[in-house]
Design a protein around this ligand. Structure first.
Ligand code: C5P
Length: 395
């Protein structure tokens, strides 16, 4: 993690119980969590819960005598990497906008010397109220990061915007906050996962790609500030928050999707394991079993990446090469044949479906080894490498 210490502010709202889960997730990631409750939050959750989860005493009173110098509002946030207020009630957001210092949490936010993130949670009508919307605009202008809210079912029974982001999403958003914004303002298209070439109504040719690497790359690009379109084959993964997702089956569908979004893209990262062949005459009905040999006629698929990279003004194109032997040699041949500034070589026996992988980045300057690590870490390093090459090109 790129942060070590978080002050978790909790204000009054039903979602306060989810803050306990968030505290648990943070502690699991070895983050030191100091909880500060507003007076209203104490009507929803008890300090003992947070104390047990974080291992630290919980504060809510400006005049708490447990802080030696009587300066809880200063001491508690010093040394913190960020203050995250989750849930942030409509009332608390209004306090922040006013610069109110009427209780420990609001005073601490005013006296902070670290980033402030808020996760609003309230009834949809309260969220949509012009006063709240004004406050949100002002907070964003003041440099406060506003996470969510989400839309969905609410504790009050209504449905709409105002649900606090789920704890896992808040953890993701926190992590993203600390990533360098190397892709700020850039449009990135990522393909991921396998393609599926139909044989008949229920059967098809596909491969073992899990989509994990492509999804990690899309997420890392979002964290770096890009606006990302993720074109995904059939996988069992949650798409990263904030990605525009286009789901496809066959290589031809993937090609059509890429062609509709790639104009205007700055960077195209082709992580998908695209089938080399499609079935020439797939049957519309399920093929019945009989005693004869069944022959499938296969025809080559278009090379999506090569098609894009050979355009007169291509985006910055990055390919992946999963090989089982002569990894670097074969990857470099592909890099040259497909006119790519960068290709990412990996060992198919180790990488497909796995959570950790070694990557070798091959570009015009040579090779850069990213020693074995989880795919999220590798994706962030890859984004940093792409940013360096991209910026050198656009200087
Ligand atoms: O399949 P191959 O090893 O040639 O894949 C290398 C790169 O080309 C990958 O980035 C893959 O996504 C891309 N590719 C493609 N269309 C194909 C085959 C591969 O875009 N038909």
């Amino acid at each position: 993690m790129d942060f070590k210490r978080i002050v978790l502010g909790v204000t009054g709202g039903v979602a306060a119980y989810k803050a306990a889960e968030l505290a648990r997730l943070l502690v699991k990631e070895d983050i030191d969590v100091q909880v500060v409750l507003s007076e209203a939050a104490r009507h929803f959750v008890g300090a003992a819960t947070f104390q047990a989860i974080t291992g630290h005493p919980v504060f809510s009173d400006l005049w708490d005598e447990r802080v030696d110098n009587g300066m809880a509002h200063i001491d508690l946030s010093r040394g913190a990497d960020a203050i995250l207020v989750a849930p942030a009630s409509a009332d608390f957001l209004a306090k922040l906008v006013q610069g109110a210092a009427s209780d420990l949490l609001s005073t601490m936010c005013l006296a902070r010397d670290c980033p402030l993130l808020v996760a609003p949670a309230m009834n949809r009508q309260m969220w949509e109220a012009s006063a709240t919307q004004r406050n949100i605009t002002q907070l964003a202008a003041d440099g406060v990061a506003v996470l969510g809210p989400d839309s969905g079912e609410q504790a009050c029974g209504e449905v709409g915007f105002g649900r606090m982001l789920e704890p896992e999403s808040l953890l993701e958003a926190l992590e993203a906050h600390f990533q360098p914004k190397l892709f700020e303002g850039l449009k990135v298209v990522v393909t991921a996962g396998p393609t599926y070439e139909a044989i008949d109504a229920v059967r098809g040719l596909t491969n073992a790609s899990s989509g994990k690497m492509g999804y990690a790359v899309a997420r890392a690009a979002i964290e770096a500030g890009a606006s990302v379109t993720l074109i995904s084959g059939r996988v069992f993964l949650e798409p990263p928050r904030g990605a525009r997702i286009l789901r496809v089956g066959s290589a031809q569908e993937m090609l059509t999707a890429v062609e509709t979004v790639v104009n205007g893209a700055d960077i195209f990262i082709s992580v998908a394991a695209v089938a080399d062949y499609y079935v020439l005459n797939p049957s519309e009905q399920k093929i019945k079993k009989d005693a004869h040999i069944l022959t499938l006629e296969l025809a080559p698929n278009p090379d999506i990446l090569a098609g894009i990279s050979s355009r007169p003004k291509p985006p910055f194109c990055v390919g992946f090469a999963a090989e089982s032997e002569n990894i670097e040699e074969y990857a470099e041949i592909k890099r040259r044949r497909k006119h790519l500034p960068l290709i990412v070589a990996n060992d198919v026996k180790e990488s497909v479906g796995s959570d950790v992988v070694q990557l070798i980045l091959l570009d015009a300057a040579g090779r850069h080894v990213l020693e074995k690590a989880d795919k999220r870490t590798q994706a962030r390093k890859l984004v940093a490498h792409i940013a360096t090459l991209y910026n050198a090109r656009h200087e």
